[in-house]
Each structure stands twice: as C-alpha cells, then as structure tokens.
Design a protein. Structure first.
Lengths: 360, 367
C-alpha cells in the first residue's frame, strides 16, 4: 500500500506563496502526473512530500500515517530528478549499489547483488554494469538514475521532470517505458512535468496546477475533452485549442468580427443552459471540418504537413483557426475554403472568469 | 535574393570531422531547413556559409560566385539569431533602421530602405509602435525586417524560436512560414526540432554525424525515408522498427516478426524486390509508422494477434503500445477504442506504407 494524501498544504517562500491550501489524494499504485507551467508549485509539492521541504501549513499522510514529523529517509520515497546526479567516477553497478550500502539498511552482499541485477534487467542496462557513468548516453544515464531509485524497492516514486533534457525521440521511448515500468513494479508514481504530452501519455490521472492552485484533476480524457477553464483548455493538447469570442443570442452563435453566425442545435442549447450574451468559444483543430460546399468561408493562410496529418490555418476577419485534416487532403494556399464546427465539441467559457460554462 | 551551393564542403576540428563532403543546394527563394540532433554539424554548416567559420575544403557559391574566401561582412548574408528579440527602447522604424546606422548611409536612403522593407513585410502601419505593443507575428516581421534592410542575398537562422514556450512556438511557426510565402527570401533555417522542419520547410536536409542523410520535401522525407536514421528522426510518434525475416510461398510474401508462428502476408512481388536489393543473408528491419497499422478488437483474417502493453492518450487519438511476437509496436487508435493493458487486439500492416531496411547499413530497401 502506498497512498498519499495532502491536506490543505501551504508553502511560502518569504512573501511568495508557492502552494496554497492544496488538497490531493494519490491512490495506491497510481501513476499521477502533476502538470503546470514554470512556477506553478509542482516541484515544491514534490519536495514537501519527500520531506526535503517543510510546509508552512497542512499535513501529509502516507498510508494514512501522518509523516509531517518524519525526515526524508524515514518516508520510504525515492526521488528521481531532471539532472541525473550520478557519481561520475563510479561504474553503473557501483551507482546502483550505493543506496543499498547505507548503514541504516543492513543488506547482505548477496541481497545487494540480487537487487542490482534485477533492477538492471528491468531497465535494460545489464550490459552496462561495468561501465563508468560518464561514458553513458543521456538516456542510459537517466535509466541508471531510475535504477538507483528502484533498487531500494520504495513504495513511492517521486519524479521531477526526469525526461526533460533528453532529445525528442528518446523522450518518446522512455515515456512508454516508464509507464510500463510503473505497472510492472506496482508502485505509486507521482510525476511532475510542464510537458502536457508527458502528462497525457503517462498519467492515469492528471492534476493541473497553476500559481500554487489545483485547477483540475482528471483522467487524460477528462482534462482534454472537458477542461474546467480556458487555461486548462489551452495548456492541454497540440495544436493549442482555437479560441474566439462570440455572442450567444436567440439560438444562434454570432461571431461579430467575421460576421458569421451558426444556428445552434437543441442539444447544444441544452448544454448552454439558457445562456445569453458574450462568450468565449473553444474548439480543437480536429473538430473543424473543411468542405468545398458547406459552411463558413475562410482563406487558407497556412498549410503545415506534419506527416501523419496536415494542419491548415484558416484566416478569418480578425482571427485565425487551425484545423487538422488527413495528410493526403490537398488544398491550395490563399484559396477560399469552407469549414464547419462540430457543435458537440464546442467548449463554452465565461468571458470574464474563463470558467467552462457547462461545469459551473 | 540568390541561390546558395555547397560543393564537397569539409570541416575538421583537430582530427575529427564536423562536416564531411557536404553537397547541398538552396535555390533562390527556397526555405531550406537543416535538421539534425546536436553535434551533427548543422550549425557549423550555417556558420561556414555566413563566414563565421572557415571550411577546410570545398566550395561555397552564392549566385554562382565562390565566397568561401570572403570575409563575413562581404558575403551579403543576414543572420537572424532570435525572432523575438528587438530593442525595446526603439520603435519599429528605428529597430529596422538600426543595421544601416553603422553604414554611414544618408538619412534619406535609410528612410527609403526601411519603408521598402516595411511594405514587403506589410508592417507600414506599425512603424511608430514600440516592440512591447506588437503581436508575436509582427515582432517576427520586424526581426526579419531588420535582416532584410541590408538587402542580403540570403537569410540564415539558427534555432530562432527554440527557447519559446510551446504555444508561442506554434504561433511563430505559422507566421514565419506565411512570411516566407509572402517575401520569398532564400532562407536557411537550422533546428533540431523535426516539427519545425516539417511544418515550415520547402525542403528538409537531414544531417547526422557530419554527413547529409537525405534532402527532400516534408512529405518525401516522411513517406520515403532513405535510411533508418531519417525514418526515426522524422515524425512523432516515431516510426516502429522491428526485426523481421521474409519468406515466400506460391502467392504471397510472408513476413515473420521473431517466432515463426505468426506471419504477415504481403504481395508476392515484395519478396522479389527486397531479395534483389538486400545483402544476401543480411538482417532486415521492418519500419512502420503508428498510423499505417490497422487495428481491431476482433480476430480477422490476415490479421495477427497481439497484446496491449501500454495505452498513451494524446487527446485526438491514442497511441497503443503492443507486444507482437516479443517485440514492441506502437499503433495509432481512436481515442478510448482500446480499453486496457492485457487486452488482445489484432493488427495488419498497410503494405504500401511498410518500409524495409538493411539492418547493418540502415539503408532503405524500398526504392
């Protein structure tokens, strides 16, 4: 069992509040990702849980036991950082053994060997055991760093952007591997990142943090399809969600800037719960369809071939929209095309507060 | 503007080569992206063209004239380091005029040049604004304007948007490509980010270890990579590479991944083609992009069974990591179509989009 509970956690650095009354529960064996931009308080939260940082207020429970008074070593958590922090003059094997050789642990040589061998096998670094760590590639070093956490067999892994200084291809491979590893180990992972792709692909649940406050907790599907506000909507997903202002009035969605309007279906009106007035509309690029006959006119301003798909930039009066289409669809730059918005996939945000209208 | 030709360029740092026998042409008005991982020689190539670095052998021609012996300042090339760094205390006009101030040109000439550039870039109406009032797209236009005002033969850019956040980078990409379409300046753009290369380039030149691997349009390098390196460097999610062996019966090519129990069937002609191209008894690698695999939850004829290992949701779709005959294959699936790890699913590869490589040399055997 490794269940984490944060209760009204607050941490201030001088006059700056890094986290503000944070309440969060991470389930046993869960892969939980804390996502947010720089300065959101993600790393501070992680450091409070590990015991490296003392919160000003609130409590932390691990397996229902209050750990506020415990030091880092007594909490049975392992930390993996963005920077590998390996001992460069040691071999991979020596690096992996190091956490086990601590006096308070009392492992026999045989036990140490067993654990190191097992960890090395899991991470596919068994062929590197006798190599010095400064002779390793970035990906290998990160595997060793994770291996050093694994050998201790901790209940909880805390990971702070462990993939962020690797190249794109390696990051993609290690994402898959880390998620597989977490399932195999049956351990609880709390993973901190600013990269929404990492959060989406690895997290069972994602907590979106901004300025020390949790905005939303949900599965990848939930935060992507039902973002709680404009910030989450724009932070999750690529291309960034299209946003434009409009007016809802008399069963119609009216865009004054481009002088077009859309008749809303009853289903959409139900979702709007009688709203009337100015509103921000959000729509993801894959929920816009292009057509030569039906829909609103726009000029094709840009075409980006991403291989798997094309991203088409549509120019309207005063704003642009991005639409994702199949890679084999051929369109001409600077020609006029028509597009339609999938009404079921429209997001409605309060103009002033940014809150998703449907959820409040 | 002009065309740039690199002929047999070589560059050494001590005994190690940084660029090896590089031949590359950037046509007049073309947007060429030099793409590769760090240390591949792309920035050294750019700096050699600019004259900031001397080459050890080979020739650099601009409009047919050799320039590699000329000083940087005599090559008529503009360097753009960052597309968003403007002098904050100067207005747009002054920012664009800045490079001319040092050239002792008359106020009248400067005024005329700046207006010309502003017209091309469609920023005439904002010449009096300060940089802080500009949108990201306009800021970029001003940065490019500052380069163009000296009437260069080409514009070189080295990771000019690399340090921006994801959303702004996305915006900058669209705007820069648009700008290029409008002004058609010969542009050489260096990046390690394949997304930037794919989305902006007329042509992509991929470098690895000082050696040019392939030059082609985004569609060409994505659909027809010439070797394993290009195949895996271009595209996200990355192309699956699996060990395979081929055999043939009377009517089909049989493709085995590991164990000889499951085979995938391809057309008869494939076997003959690969046999004619491959090194005898050489090892083969199969490459297939996640979107070129058909995936179903029910058993179907000519599909092979596999097991779900990890599900990675991306939003518009999921990437499902499968175990197939002891190897991993990541496959694109509709969002939420696959329920959980451990489930059995069936897959079939689209032959037209399946690649074969010589595992030793990495060379594609498809052509």
């Amino acid at each position: 069992m490794a269940h984490i509970k944060l209760e009204d956690l607050t941490k201030r650095f001088g006059r700056v509040t890094a986290i503000k009354r944070l309440n969060l529960e991470i389930h046993d064996k869960e892969f939980f990702v804390l996502l947010g931009p720089t300065g959101a308080g993600k790393t501070t939260t992680l450091r409070c849980i590990s015991g490296l940082e003392k919160p000003n207020d609130g409590s932390i429970y691990i397996d229902k036991q209050n750990v506020d008074g415990l030091g880092p070593a007594e909490r049975d958590v392992a930390l993996v950082f963005q920077y590998y922090s390996l001992y460069p003059h040691y071999t991979v094997k020596q690096n992996l053994e190091f956490p086990l050789k601590s006096k308070i642990r009392n492992f026999t040589t045989q036990e140490i060997n067993q654990r190191v061998t097992k960890a090395a096998k899991t991470l596919q670094i068994d062929h590197l055991l006798n190599r010095k760590t400064d002779k390793l590639s970035g990906g290998e070093m990160q595997r060793v760093a994770i291996g050093r956490a694994i050998v201790r067999d901790p209940k909880i892994f805390l990971m702070d952007e462990p993939l962020s200084n690797l190249d794109a291809k390696l990051r993609e491979i290690l994402r898959s591997e880390l998620k597989g590893l977490q399932m195999n180990l049956g351990a609880t992972f709390l993973y901190v990142t600013h990269d929404q792709v990492e959060a989406m692909t690895m997290g069972e649940r994602i907590g979106v943090l901004r300025k020390g406050k949790l905005l939303q907790i949900g599965t990848p599907y939930e935060v992507y399809n039902n973002p709680v506000n404009r910030f989450v909507a724009e932070f999750i997903g690529t291309p960034t969600m299209n946003l434009f202002s409009s007016i809802i009035h008399d069963s119609r969605l009216i865009v004054t800037r481009d002088k077009f309007e859309i008749k809303l279906t009853q289903k959409t009106l139900n979702r709007l719960k009688g709203f009337d007035g100015e509103i921000d509309i959000g729509i993801r690029s894959e929920d816009i369809t292009l057509s030569s006959e039906n829909g609103i006119e726009a000029r094709i301003y840009g075409i980006e071939n991403m291989g798997m798909a094309k991203i088409i930039t549509l120019k309207l009066a005063g704003f642009i929209l991005k639409a994702t289409v199949d890679a084999d669809i051929s369109v001409q730059l600077d020609t006029i095309i028509r597009f339609q918005l999938n009404q079921d996939k429209l997001h409605f945000f309060n103009k002033a507060t940014g809150e998703n209208l449907q959820l409040f | 503007m002009a065309d740039i030709k690199l002929i047999d360029i070589e560059k050494y740092f001590g005994k190690n080569y940084v660029i090896r026998k590089l031949n590359l042409e950037i046509k007049d008005g073309e947007f060429l992206v030099l793409l590769g991982p760090s240390g591949c020689g792309k920035t050294t190539t750019l700096r050699s063209i600019a004259g900031l670095e001397e080459i050890d052998s080979g020739e650099i021609l601009i409009d047919g004239k050799p320039v590699h012996k000329l000083k940087a300042s005599d090559r008529d090339i503009a360097f753009v380091f960052q597309l968003y760094a403007l002098y904050p205390h100067l207005n747009v006009f002054e920012n664009i005029a800045f490079p001319l101030k040092a050239t002792k040109k008359s106020t009248q000439t400067i005024e005329q040049r700046v207006r010309e550039v502003a017209k091309v870039l469609q920023i005439e109406s904002i010449l009096n604004r300060s940089p802080s009032e500009l949108s990201s797209g306009d800021m970029q236009r001003v940065a490019v304007g500052r380069a163009m005002v000296r009437r260069p033969k080409a514009i070189l850019m080295d990771e000019p948007i690399g340090s921006l956040d994801a959303k702004l980078r996305e915006e900058m990409r669209t705007e820069l490509k648009r700008l290029h379409i409008e002004i058609n300046a010969t542009t050489l753009y260096v990046t390690h980010d394949q997304v930037e290369a794919m989305s902006m380039a007329d042509k992509i030149a991929i470098m690895e270890d000082g050696i040019l691997q392939q030059v082609g349009s985004p569609a060409e390098v994505y659909d027809h990579p010439s070797n394993l390196f290009v195949a895996q460097f271009i595209g996200s999610p990355i192309m699956n590479i699996l060990d395979c062996t081929l055999d043939a019966d009377e009517s089909h090519t049989l493709c085995f991944l590991g164990e000889k129990e499951f085979s995938m069937r391809f057309s008869k002609s494939l076997y003959k083609h690969i046999e004619s191209k491959a090194v005898p008894n050489g090892k083969l690698a199969l490459g297939v992009r996640p979107e070129a695999v058909r995936l179903t939850r029910q058993a179907r004829e000519n599909y092979i069974k596999s097991e779900v290992h990890v599900i990675e949701p991306l939003g518009p779709y999921d990437i499902v990591d499968l175990k197939v005959s002891g190897q991993h294959m990541r496959v694109k699936a509709a969002s939420n179509y696959i329920q959980k790890p451990g489930d059995a699913v069936w897959i079939q590869l689209d032959e037209k989009r399946t690649h074969f490589f010589d595992k030793e040399s990495g060379r594609s055997l498809n052509f």
